[in-house]
Write a protein that binds this ligand. Structure first.
Ligand SMILES: Cc1cc2nc3c(=O)[nH]c(=O)nc-3n(C[C@H](O)[C@H](O)[C@H](O)COP(=O)(O)O)c2cc1C
Length: 202
């Protein structure tokens, strides 16, 4: 599918059919995610791929699927044939930025202007979300509210922070998020040409 259409077609889909996803298809999405950029090429992102139904149910429970069901949503996390738990390690970045080519003039680690590890895991997740659409599938991201619980459940090392779960499957008719009622912001509120307060380009 052409890139523009893939981007426009992507949305969080919160209901899947029971149709499985071939493991080669999952592998293609993961291979693409490895091409996400990362600060200093630190590559501090890691993913746990959950396909076993009992384990998906446990992931769903931790993600509050019961509460979503009460709000009228389908159980999209347990019904998705694959849940990908996206994790990132801040430690990997500190280790990388203590290598000689990354130290500042005084030989110290840089003052981080932005926690780039969260930027980088977002980039990886975005590739997976788009790769799913590109393969005729759909996906939804849910943020992790209990990182220690998710670490315990999946044996994630202590310095990896589980950020969210990407649930992927064949799309079914879903209930839309009430957040969408907010609508998309006008272009000029988001994009600022030649300075924030300059006249917007038409
Ligand atoms: C960082 C992040 C966290 C999110 N967490 C949740 C979540 O916990 N549960 C959920 O249902 N949707 C979650 N979403 C999905 C957003 O609600 C959704 O992206 C937004 O409403 C726009 O809808 P769209 O992605 O379908 O265009 C999250 C999205 C992002 C980027």
């Amino acid at each position: 599918m052409e890139f523009e259409r893939t981007v426009l077609k992507r949305r969080m889909v919160r209901h899947f059919t029971t149709e499985p996803i071939p493991s080669a298809s999952i592998r293609r999405m993961l291979d693409l995610a490895q091409h996400a950029p990362s600060a200093g090429f630190s590559q501090g992102s890691a993913y746990v791929i959950v396909t076993r139904p009992e384990l998906r149910k446990k992931v769903a429970l931790l993600q509050g699927e019961g509460e979503y069901s009460k709000a009228g949503f389908h159980g999209w996390i347990s019904e998705a044939p694959v849940d990908i738990v996206a994790c990132v390690s801040e430690k990997v970045y500190h280790d990388r930025y203590n290598e000689s080519d990354k130290l500042d003039d005084e030989g110290n680690e840089i003052e981080w202007p932005t926690p780039y590890w969260f930027f980088d895991i977002g980039a990886g997740c975005m590739i997976i979300l788009l790769a799913a659409v590109d393969q005729g599938l759909a996906a939804a991201f849910s943020g992790i509210t209990d990182p220690p619980g998710m670490r315990r459940l999946l044996g994630i090392p202590p310095h990896y922070h589980p950020v969210g779960v990407i649930s992927i499957g064949h799309p079914a008719k879903d209930k839309k998020s009430p957040s969408l009622k907010r609508g998309r912001k006008p272009f000029d509120e988001v994009f600022h040409y030649d300075g924030w307060h300059a006249t917007p380009k038409k």
